[in-house]
Ligand binder design. Structure first.
Ligand code: SAH
Length: 222
């Protein structure tokens, strides 16, 4: 039965619904986030040999020593941004393009930065094939953010750095949220930071996590 395993939005629809039920059971309540997970075909963003594992709640290799984050982690981070639709969101670490594709359904404009050219290229092609039109891709060091398009109502950092890059804090809008993993490699914490004033921020710890390195000028050294 080809229909159950085809590329695109209709492939793997039933397993995707089961994934959404698991995310709901894990406490993800935001209906727009759950709808995004039902709509985005994660299997199209991983190598075909891994299609059988595409809807398990695990990280998977995507080449270049990098991984696509587990759906539960992507859901937690997406929900933590508290998006309602009109926002402009900056993502650091395009990787497979999965988090960007989810964000494309939660915000009006998504800007995603990746430092590895091969990943940036394949994510761009994969999202074009899925007819995602509101994600802009850039190659470079995301720890410097992208001042040209700032401020951002949401910033999501999908690789783990020693500390929150200062330029990203400065590029948040007033009331904007930054979500990402920071701290020593063996004790990363998923943080949510909210800008409350010109130079004031609040910080919450959402939990422990284990991401690949954020490599750059305001991250780990290459
Ligand atoms: N959001 C991705 C997760 C990929 S893993 C997804 O949904 O698949 C994290 C990614 O961050 C890797 O592709 C890595 O190359 C990238 N990365 C690490 N440091 C970076 C930096 N300073 N700027 C941009 N991308 C970076």
């Amino acid at each position: 039965m080809l229909s159950g395993h085809a590329s695109g939005r209709t492939g793997f629809m039933l397993v995707r619904r089961k994934l959404v039920e698991r995310l709901r059971a894990q406490g993800i309540r935001d209906a727009r986030v759950l709808a995004a997970f039902e709509a985005v075909p994660r299997h199209d963003l991983v190598p075909e040999v891994l299609w059988g594992q595409a809807y398990k709640d695990t990280a998977l290799p995507i080449g270049e020593g990098q991984t696509i984050s587990a759906p539960g982690v992507v859901a937690t981070m997406s929900a933590a941004l508290g998006l309602t639709g009109p926002e402009c969101v900056l993502e650091i670490g395009t990787g497979s393009g999965y988090q960007a594709a989810i964000l494309s359904r939660l915000a009006t404009r998504v800007i995603s930065i990746e430092r590895i050219p091969e990943l940036a290229r394949s994510a761009r092609a994969a999202l074009a094939a899925l007819e995602v039109r509101n994600v802009e891709f850039h190659l470079g060091d995301g720890t410097c953010g992208r001042p040209e398009d700032a401020p951002y109502e949401g910033i999501v950092v999908t690789a783990g750095g020693p500390e929150v890059p200062r330029p990203l804090l400065e590029q948040l809008s007033l009331g904007g949220r930054l979500v990402g993993p920071f701290g020593p490699r063996d004790a990363q914490q998923l943080l949510r930071i909210r800008r409350t004033g010109a130079s004031s921020y609040t910080q919450e710890v959402l939990g422990r996590c284990d991401f690949v390195d954020l490599v750059g000028r305001n991250g780990w050294l290459p």
